[in-house]
Ligand binder design. Structure first.
Ligand SMILES: NC(=O)c1ccc[n+]([C@@H]2O[C@H](COP(=O)([O-])OP(=O)(O)OC[C@H]3O[C@@H](n4cnc5c(N)ncnc54)[C@H](O)[C@@H]3O)[C@@H](O)[C@H]2O)c1
Length: 252
């Protein structure tokens, strides 16, 4: 399938959280394919190192940081290191999350904090860390990953869905406060995307149910989500900010 090339993305300095697998891996590949200078973090070292090895022929080989985003001091140190290594940060993609299932009765205060730490808190602190460099560069782009799950009220995902709902508010708030610095902030809301992790949850029958609930036939792949991210990160989307962009094949 042919994919658009955005001249405005060439040489852009991009940081992606959770870039080692799934949609994040598709984002790393897509930005690298645009000629962007990419850094990403993940806790999945084996997958991340394999991705870097696969992209070793690129003009700019993506830089991998092994960091657990639940540790905000490490996030802040990493963002400073990324800024120094890339010479700035133009595009921040807050992609990492964890959608472990849980019953309401199993949630303890510690588990609540852990789920907010992995699914919500680091997005704000990565944006806070990247914003000054974006301001100095005359603008930037922040893409936050939400989820269709809470729009559909899926079962056994209360804390994940709570965090994902909050991300849409975070996006709108950041877009307002950073807009006059020409920093655009949007949420990408995937439907069900076929990734190695998602394949763990779904049987062939479950996948068929998802497809049946979509308007369009077929399964969304990470590259399809990355195609939307490329547009939103590019200058072609220069007046897109503060909003939520669904890529869900019309899942209702
Ligand atoms: N795949 C889907 O169907 C789907 C649907 C709706 C929303 N989303 C959202 O899209 C984004 C990407 O989803 P995905 O399906 O690729 O997820 P995934 O679980 O396949 O990949 C997430 C990546 O983040 C990394 N990660 C998780 N916790 C981390 C931590 N504490 N520190 C650093 N890295 C960590 C993982 O190791 C993994 O490489 C997420 O925000 C997710 O909520 C995905």
């Amino acid at each position: 399938m042919s994919r658009a090339i955005y001249p405005s993305l060439k040489g852009k300095r991009v940081f992606i959280s959770g870039g080692g697998s799934g949609i994040g891996e598709g984002l790393v590949e897509a930005f690298a394919g645009q000629g962007a200078h990419v850094a990403f973090c993940d806790i999945a070292a084996t997958e991340s190192e394999a991705l870097v090895a696969r992209l070793t022929g690129s003009d700019f080989v993506p830089q991998f940081y092994e960091v657990d985003l639940r540790d905000i001091e490490k996030v802040q140190a990493m963002m400073a290191a990324v800024e120094q290594q890339l010479g700035g940060i133009d595009i921040l993609v807050n992609n990492a999350a964890n959608d472990d299932r849980h019953g309401i009765e199993d949630v303890t205060p510690a588990y609540w904090d852990d789920r907010m730490a992995v699914n919500l808190r680091h997005l704000f602190f990565a944006a806070q860390a990247a914003a000054p460099a974006m301001k100095r560069a005359g603008g930037g782009v922040i893409l936050n990953f939400g989820s269709i799950s809470w729009h559909l009220a899926l079962p056994e995902l209360t804390l994940y869905q709570t965090a994902k709902a909050a991300i849409e508010g975070l996006t709108r708030s950041l877009a307002r406060d950073l807009g006059r610095d020409n920093i655009r902030v949007n949420t990408i809301i995937p439907g069900n995307v076929k990734t190695p992790r998602q394949e763990k949850w779904y049987t062939p029958e479950g996948e068929a149910e998802i497809v049946a609930a979509q308007c369009l036939d077929g399964r969304i792949l990470p590259a399809d989500v990355a195609a939307l991210a490329m547009f939103l990160a590019s200058d072609d989307a220069r007046y897109c900010t503060g909003h939520d962009y669904f890529i869900d094949a019309g899942w209702r």
